[in-house]
Write a protein that binds this ligand. Structure first.
Ligand SMILES: O=c1ccn([C@@H]2O[C@H](COP(=O)(O)OP(=O)(O)O[C@H]3O[C@H](CO)[C@@H](O)[C@H](O)[C@H]3O)[C@@H](O)[C@H]2O)c(=O)[nH]1
Length: 492
């Protein structure tokens, strides 16, 4: 009874995309193992895809197994405003518009329902890319904890949009090409390393509206948790902490690397362990472009031919919608036959297992932030082919700052010769060894951060302490707000 009384109850709403759901699930587990009660809310669509991807295809509460292990995590689902079977990958802008304009109503209804049920709720944890959490948190008297799943560098760029505008680097016809040296905590940044959205001249798109509104909303957050490590982005984080309650708590990865107890894959995982077991140590290239970005048919063909030219063995994740979900067989004719048993093509896998396998030597990646953290953790150097959003900026961190990866190509469009040359640079010779040594050093920083005395663990302790103090201070006003809110929603 005593323990139940002290438990902090957080409602957790992840952004309904694979690269956000995975770290959100693991953050939820981390918080639950620190004594939180969590109510985790997926969209119906994410839940449907997770269920379909399960070997048994069963429509289950994804947290059943962790609850049986003693963690207090409840699970529910809510509509994102679109029919479950709607092809969100093919109709990206319509999906993004639903998240921008419609999802808040469904999210609010879900929050209101939990609050009205009489359960004591103290906070709302939601992805920074949502445009509504601070308003809903305020209405229901909850602390708002914003979860940022990209590096702190990208957060600070969006946070300082006004500075980028003022200096002619964003939102003008002829964007200035001078080095960006005025963002606090960021030493110098070439405009070509800004996120794709910050480099576009049309800033009236739905994604821009999401960014503008989300970064207005995050200014009302009580806390920001970021999936990064203080030692990797020290100056940026130090500056952000002078402005907001920002905590670096990464890398948020499944503990111990054993298969996660919670289903987090949106596609069925192919098992390539037996095949990898037949390959010599450090001989295979892992290729994956994450869950979200599309590759053009031209680039896909050049990568395919470049892989063949390199003669390196590879495991390539070719998602069913990698080019587009209405082009289900986009690889060059005869490619699959040509690779035979030398290499492997799969639609999806449990990436952490593959990266951790001793046969894997390098990772050709789109530079999604989770993939970068996972690759560092497994000490696998990266071959970078960023496609959009933060991936452009993440490449700069990997290649220019930390020197743990190289570019797939310095020119666009990419050519098969360039692809093959750089695969061989990564997989053999001096540059491969240098990258391996560097990545071992960076891995140490990640590893140290999550030890009991490490920065991320301490930041997590501090966050929980600060949250409790904040909740205690606000408890008087919370109950008043909460009562008002209940009266309003009951129409009294
Ligand atoms: O076959 C696969 C391929 C990927 N993954 C996992 O899927 C996640 C992919 O995440 P990420 O590498 O970050 O790429 P995206 O799916 O593209 O993630 C989106 O979200 C990220 C975090 O916000 C951003 O950094 C990216 O740019 C954005 O596209 C990782 O955890 C991978 O381990 C698998 O489990 N199996």
């Amino acid at each position: 009874m005593e323990e139940a009384h002290q438990k902090l109850h957080a409602i957790f709403v992840p952004y309904p995309l694979q690269g956000h759901v995975i770290p959100s699930v693991h953050l939820a587990i981390k918080l639950a193992s620190r004594g939180f009660k969590i109510t985790f809310i997926n969209t119906h669509s994410i839940h449907h895809q997770l269920s379909k991807a399960q070997p048994n295809g069963r429509d289950e509460d994804i947290f059943t197994a962790v609850r049986q292990s003693g963690l207090d995590i409840c699970y529910t689902t809510v509509s994102d405003g679109l029919p479950v079977e709607f092809d969100r990958s093919l109709n990206h802008d319509q999906f993004a518009a639903a998240l921008l304009h419609v999802f808040s109503a469904h999210a609010e209804e879900a929050v209101a329902k939990i609050v009205r049920s009489g359960q004591p709720v103290s906070c709302l944890i939601a992805d920074t890319f949502f445009v509504w959490p601070s308003k809903i948190a305020k209405k229901y008297g909850l602390k708002y904890i914003s979860f940022w799943t990209e590096p702190a560098l990208v957060f600070t760029l969006y946070y300082h949009l006004d500075l980028l505008r003022k200096n002619g680097h964003f939102g003008c016809n002829d964007a200035c090409e001078d080095t960006i040296n005025y963002i606090p905590g960021v030493r110098a940044l070439n405009p070509k390393d800004l996120t794709s959205y910050l480099q576009e001249s049309d800033i009236s798109t739905v994604c821009h509206h999401i960014i503008f509104n989300a970064f207005k909303d995050v200014k009302g957050a009580d806390f920001v948790l970021c999936n990064t490590v203080r030692e990797l982005e020290l100056e940026i984080i130090s500056d952000l902490q002078t402005k907001i309650s920002f905590y670096a708590v990464g890398p948020i990865l499944p503990i111990g690397f054993t298969k996660s107890l919670v289903a987090t894959s949106l596609w069925s995982e192919s098992n390539c362990t037996s095949w990898l077991n037949t390959k010599p140590l450090g001989s295979v290239l892992y290729v994956s472009f994450g869950s979200y970005a599309h590759v053009t048919k031209h680039d896909l063909a050049e990568i395919a031919h470049g892989l063949l030219l390199s003669k390196v063995s590879f495991v390539w994740v070719v998602r069913p919608d990698i080019v587009s979900s209405d082009d289900t067989d986009p690889l060059p004719v005869g490619f699959k036959e040509e690779i035979s048993d030398h290499s492997m093509i799969i639609p999806w896998c449990y990436q952490l297992h593959v990266l951790a396998h001793s046969a894997i030597k390098g990772f050709l990646t789109h530079c999604g932030w989770n993939s970068i953290l996972e690759s560092i953790w497994c000490e696998v150097p990266l071959l970078c082919f960023p496609l959009l959003t933060d991936q452009i900026t993440n490449r700069k961190l990997v290649v220019d700052d930390w020197r743990i990866g190289i570019n797939l190509s310095d020119k666009r469009p990419i050519t098969r010769e360039e692809v093959s040359k750089n695969i061989n640079r990564l997989m053999s010779g001096k540059s491969g060894d240098e990258l391996k040594n560097e990545i071992k050093e960076v891995k140490k920083r990640l590893e140290n951060a999550v030890t009991a005395e490490g920065s991320s663990e301490k930041n997590m302790d501090q966050f929980i302490k600060d949250l409790k103090v904040g909740i205690q201070k606000k408890s008087g006003s919370i109950s008043v707000q909460y009562q008002n809110c209940l009266s309003n929603s009951n129409g009294t």
